[in-house]
Design a protein around this ligand. Structure first.
Ligand SMILES: *Cc1c(COP(=O)(O)O)cnc(C)c1O
Length: 382
């Protein structure tokens, strides 16, 4: 079986795993305890926080640990929207149809259940948010804008620093979901200029079930988990010490090894894109041709049932992904693909191939030798 779905999740790096192990048994203390067990756990969390801060170029007390990327997105949006409205009455939230559901469904909930107003920003043909649409949408009642750094389905990278600058000039908060981006892109928050940034461990060879949120000093959030005073009273609950240790190490390695990792995956990605477009009729690349994640290839095929294609690929030994939500009988094209303007006969046939540390030229060869025949087979079955 060949794994080509690193955007869904990554295996844990053995170096990260080894670093986590002592915190399950020997050093199992509660970081809030006064005694030495507690101190040891607290020290581990505080050095993890400093490690993350070093990668992000921020202060350690601007990082809070959460249970996943989705939680970071939820806390950023709901926490900031409620705090802004309490402080000064702003009620508009700006975001885009290309966002991960952790952002878009939170924004929709804020509209439906909390009385906020929601505006969707315009996208270009590659699914990037257009800075001019943010300039046009902001008004004195805008609380915040949320735009992802890099898209998980189509790989497109958004112009975050440009967008954040517009937000700053208009005195609104700017959040970016960098969960997919952090494996390959620079997450320096000073350069990016963001107020809030979400990260998730399992997209960069860290453990699942742990994330972080960068919160620029002075940004007020209403906590969504109340209880003990953990994480600067923004996120109650005894910290998951081994996972936090693993998260920080994985992020640190991603930052140190970024150059090598890009050099490994990018030529493989380019080979997939080149050969798929050349060898498969009625195939289009989705997302931006150059300004995209270096490990990410995504396509739509006309008149192809994307879910059936994934099943045939699985039988042939390849683990890939599509954009469409897998609803048996009544497949719906993904909102991200639809928001790019593809008609249903294209949008239902989406395929995402994402590479990573264990990908090899042989894997890519085997994949591109197999795919054209399977696409043809799915079209015949229609
Ligand atoms: C995976 C992902 C998330 C969710 O992260 P979890 O840690 O799985 O909750 C959010 N946003 C993007 C862009 C992602 O790729």
């Amino acid at each position: 079986m060949i794994y080509l779905d690193y955007a869904a999740t990554t295996p844990i790096d053995p170096r990260v795993f080894d670093m986590m192990l002592p915190y399950f048994r020997e050093s199992f203390g509660n970081p809030s305890s006064i005694h030495r067990y507690g101190q040891k756990a607290e020290t581990a969390i505080e050095s993890a926080r400093e490690k993350v801060a070093a990668v992000l170029h921020c202060r350690a007390d601007e990082i809070i640990f959460t249970s996943c990327g989705s939680e970071s997105d939820n806390l950023a949006l709901r926490g900031a929207a409620l705090a802004r409205r309490n402080a000064s009455g702003e009620k508009w939230i700006l975001t885009a149809h290309t966002e991960h559901h952790a952002v878009s469904k939170t924004a929709i909930q804020l509209e439906k259940e909390y009385g906020f107003q929601l505006e969707w920003l315009d996208l270009d043909e590659f699914g990037a948010v257009m800075p001019v649409s943010l300039s046009k949408a902001v008004c004195k009642d805008t609380a915040l804008a949320s735009v992802m750094y890099a898209n998980n389905e189509i790989g497109t990278i958004n112009p975050i620093s440009e967008l954040a600058e517009i937000a700053k000039a208009n005195n609104i908060l700017f959040h970016t979901d960098a969960v997919q981006a952090a494996a390959y892109l620079d997450v320096n928050v000073e350069k990016l200029g963001v107020d809030l940034m979400s990260l998730g461990g399992h997209k960069f060879y860290g453990p699942k079930g742990v994330g972080a949120l960068y919160i620029r000093k002075g940004t007020k959030l209403i906590p969504h988990l109340t209880g003990g005073g953990q994480e600067f009273s923004l996120r109650a609950g005894t910290q998951n010490v081994p996972y936090i240790v693993g998260f920080a190490e994985a992020l640190s390695l991603a930052s140190e090894e970024r150059g090598q990792r890009i050099a490994h995956v990018k030529p493989l990605r380019d080979q997939i894109i080149g050969r798929v477009l050349e060898e498969i009729p009625d195939a289009l690349l989705t997302g931006h041709p150059e300004n995209r994640l270096p490990n990410h290839a995504s396509f739509v095929f006309k008149d192809v049932d994307g879910n059936l294609l994934l099943q045939l690929l699985d039988s042939a030994g390849f683990a890939c992904s599509s954009g469409s939500a897998c609803k048996t009988g009544n497949p719906e094209p993904s909102e991200v693909i639809t928001s790019l303007g593809y008609s249903r006969d294209w949008a239902l046939g989406s395929l995402r191939i994402t590479l990573g540390v264990d990908s090899t030229p042989e894997h890519v060869d085997m994949f591109v030798n197999t795919l054209p025949g399977l696409v043809e087979k799915v079209r015949e079955l229609k």
